[in-house]
Ligand binder design. Structure first.
Ligand SMILES: C[S@@+](CC[C@H](N)C(=O)[O-])C[C@H]1O[C@@H](n2cnc3c(N)ncnc32)[C@H](O)[C@@H]1O
Length: 194
């Protein structure tokens, strides 16, 4: 059985989907990353990680937070020898226990709509603090129902409470290589200065 599907069956709430993120979403997310210090929340088997590393400068750092030990083992294998990467088998909301400085960008594919509300609140608080400290960028992805046209999904209302600028970027179409199935997109969240 595919290792991702296996972990989805064992931890449905944390993993939320049996499908890994496709390049049509991972690439634009990775290209939107700003700065040299990056945190990834919920790295899984590295579907987004490998694209973030493609664009990260040689002096950059990528901290991958992932709660499932089997995924961490796979991440360590695919990033072996890359000194920019730290794989951390811990919840993303504990980021500050592992990072001395806040990241410039946070890439997040933790299913914020299905995890427990308390954990979602903790993750958003950590992200908000990091964004405020560095004028940084928080980039959560989300699956959504496309029946409502271009209207942003419900998570936007939650994000609006934490960040002053929240931009929704849906991936158009469902068919590879350009589209994404299940339908998905990502947000660019910042805090305006002043
Ligand atoms: C939808 S999957 C995305 C996996 C991968 N990034 C991909 O693109 O295919 C969500 C991932 O978030 C992880 N996760 C869930 N809650 C987490 C938390 N609090 N801290 C760190 N990782 C978490 C899950 O174990 C899972 O690997």
């Amino acid at each position: 059985m595919n290792p991702f599907v296996k972990q989805f069956l064992l931890h449905p709430r944390a993993v939320s989907t049996p499908c890994e993120i496709r390049p049509s979403l991972a690439k634009p997310m990775a290209r939107s990353v700003e700065g040299k210090v990056v945190a990834e929340f919920g790295s899984g088997r590295g579907a987004i990680t490998k694209y973030v590393l493609r664009y990260l400068p040689s002096e950059g750092r990528l901290y991958c937070f992932e709660v499932i030990p089997e995924f961490c083992d796979e991440l360590r294998k695919i990033t072996e020898g890359d000194n920019r990467v730290r794989v951390i088998n811990a919840p993303a909301q504990n980021m500050y226990d592992y990072m001395e400085t806040p990241p410039d960008s946070i890439v997040c594919s933790i299913p914020l709509q299905t995890i427990r509300r308390k954990i979602r609140r903790q993750i958003l608080e950590v992200a908000k603090t990091a964004v405020a400290e560095k004028s940084g960028l928080f980039m959560p992805m989300q699956y959504y129902l496309p029946f409502f046209g271009d209207r942003p999904p419900r998570l936007k209302r939650v994000l609006d409470r934490y960040f002053s600028e929240v931009q929704w970027n849906p991936i158009c179409g469902y068919l590879p290589p350009r589209g994404h199935f299940p339908p998905a997109g990502y947000y660019l969240c910042r805090n305006k200065r002043g």
